[in-house]
Ligand binder design. Structure first.
Ligand SMILES: Cc1ncc(C[n+]2csc(CCOP(=O)(O)OP(=O)(O)O)c2C)c(N)n1
Ligand code: SF4
Ligand SMILES: [Mg+2]
Length: 294
């Protein structure tokens, strides 16, 4: 399967220069490089500009509701363990209305690769503040500037014992491709939060803004097996609206990868492999249970 085999005849409707192009190109390359066939994976999208990718990908899957990509993906992951399930979500979608699904999916360690198109704005609905918009940024919904601090998705995932957490940048397709490959090979919940500049509605966090600030963790002495260090990194490198390239550096790469053997929700459902878990001997009729209660 070549990257071009994953493309429908529909012409993408994204704005010229949108970060979604780079993100989807990287994912196509990653799937092709790993030798997937179309029968071996499925994709679930939320609603947003990122979600319009559903029209441009020739794959099996589902274009779900705003904020609700993870629940149907969870069902798919549990009922079709033979599939690699990939979720594409937006920052408004996955970290706003869908935040609880995100947190619970992480703590369950459900076997899903979740990719966040983090453009720090509501793109599709024309430029309102999202949960990851920089504090004090003016948007159409926050004319005086955003008052509250943004959600920190990397920190949040790590606080919930995530087993794979990475961050990418849509402006570096080869690097992002490698991150996707690692995430897709991970057994359990893998988060790849990707800075995806929205060239139309986010005039602050632009390609240039990120190019001046990103650096690659693997080019440092970073140890991705240290969850506490990853959490500290997520907190200390949280960028703000006004920080200069000297003041804030933005790490991209794998923040944390757990060692092998952490049970997934999928393996728990399969029982036995989780110490201490005991499956009910016989399935009980729900009517009997209710009768026992009254
Ligand atoms: C339940 C529900 N609430 C609100 C909307 C309207 N809506 C559609 S997309 C969107 C925000 C999109 O922002 P984001 O998730 O960041 O995606 P982007 O467009 O930036 O890729 C909203 C509020 C909706 N479709 N459904
Ligand atoms: S509005 Fe922003 S996120 Fe949406 S297609 Fe245009 S540039 Fe991309
Ligand atoms: Mg967005």
């Amino acid at each position: 399967m070549e990257p071009k085999d994953l493309t429908t005849r529909n012409k993408p409707t994204w704005c010229p220069g949108c970060g979604n192009y780079g993100m989807y190109e990287a994912l196509k390359r990653a799937l092709s490089d790993l030798g997937y066939s179309k029968e071996e994976f499925a994709m679930v999208w939320g609603i947003g500009c990122h979600g319009n990718g559903a029209d441009f990908w020739d794959v099996q899957g589902m274009h779900s509701l705003h904020g609700r990509a993870l629940p149907p993906a969870t069902a798919l992951s549990l009922t079709r363990p033979d599939l690699k399930v990939i979720v594409e979500m937006g920052d408004g979608d996955g970290y706003g209305i869908g935040l609880s699904h995100f947190v619970h999916s992480v703590r369950r360690n459900i076997n899903i690769t979740a990719i966040a198109h983090n453009n720090q704005i509501y793109g599709l609905t024309v430029g309102q503040a999202s949960p990851t918009t920089d504090q004090f940024m003016r948007t159409v919904s926050t004319p005086g500037g955003v008052l509250e601090q943004p959600v920190n998705p990397i920190g949040l995932a790590l606080a919930e014992q995530a087993t794979f957490v990475a961050r990418g940048f849509a402006g570096d397709i080869p690097h992002l491709t490698e991150l996707y490959k690692q995430a897709l090979q991970h057994e359990g919940f893998a988060l790849v939060d990707v800075f995806q500049p929205c060239v139309t509605f986010n005039k602050v966090n632009t390609f240039k803004w990120f190019r001046e600030r990103v650096y690659k963790l693997e080019e440092t002495d970073w140890d991705p097996s240290d969850a506490n260090a990853a959490f500290e990194l997520a907190r200390s490198t949280f960028h703000s609206l006004t920080c200069t390239p000297d003041e804030c550096r933005v790490p991209i790469g794998v923040y944390y990868r757990a060692g092998e053997g952490v049970p997934t929700y999928n393996s728990a459902v399969e029982a036995a492999s989780v110490p201490g878990y005991k499956r009910a001997e016989e399935p009980r009729d729900i009517a009997d249970v209710v009768r026992g209660l009254i």
